[in-house]
Design a protein around this ligand. Sequence first.
Ligand SMILES: [Zn+2]
Length: 346
Amino acid sequence: MRKSSLAIALALLLLLGGGALFVNLAGDALTGYWSFVNSVRPHGWAPAAATPTPTPTAIPKSCGSLNVRVLNVGQADAIFIRTPGGKTILLDAGDSKRELSALIGSARIDYFIATHYHQDHIGGYEALHSDVGAIYDNGNCGGSTSKIAQDFLAFAKAGNHVVVAQDMPLKIDDCINAKLIVAYDRPQGCWKDDENQNSILLRITYGKQSFLFAADCGTECENTLIQQATPLSATVLKVGHHGSATSSSAEFLRAIGASYYVISVNATESAQPNKKYFHPRQATLSRIYARSQNLARTDLNGNVHYITDGNTLTTASDKKATQREEFSGFASASADTYGPIPEVAG
Ligand SMILES: [Zn+2]
């Protein structure tokens, strides 16, 4: 009787789990059985207690949409953000009060972030109303003596001024995670000879979607952040330094892994005799093209909008442009070299 019970049990177990079970019969038979079954089960046959795939960020029910508008302010930066909890962020002020006033109107700004002390990022600050909630900047740590830098610093100090000395989480609302990222908090401190490297970057994640605004972060800034393994991944990248050749290295773009790219630039204005920046550069556009063909430019598309509920992302712009136009840049520091990168030529 005992023999036949054992035989039936063995037959059942063999049927279910196979011969490998034998080695575990004398010990923890069940554990051995399930580990064996797990090792041979067909792909996709997951047990009920499977480890869940980590979800990016849980979204509270009360959260609305995250709206990002990369404003068309010429060869400059100004980005208006309305968070799902209804707060407003203005990231940079373009370079003229009149231009910015026309775009933001009477909107109250809860958070103004000046990424760095250059005219094309702080020049339009007087469009801000006196009741701006808080002003974040690098405290002019690079020591700019320009009039606009001194004027803006005085304005910031007269308000609720927060000097960003190191990476800093921004507690804006319960819907999003926002963080200010700076390279100058690493051992070298602020750069005295290149204010672009003192840029404050902003990273916002909302559910499955995320944005990285790279300000004018260039080679030194990018390399520092990569070496320190700073989390940079994002769905949408506001490309650094207006698409210059010394930003958006292949390694930096890889660390971000964005699907959508937007450049705040005006190619015509950047080539004028008083500027001669020749942004955007073909080499940079080429590096972006190698990763994605989803590129928007303020000089070709006007104001560029992104709206997300944390799951899906919708993009829109004032104007359409062809991919050939979008991926046309300066091959060198010369106005005569403007044209499409080879991949989109012809
Ligand atoms: Zn700039």
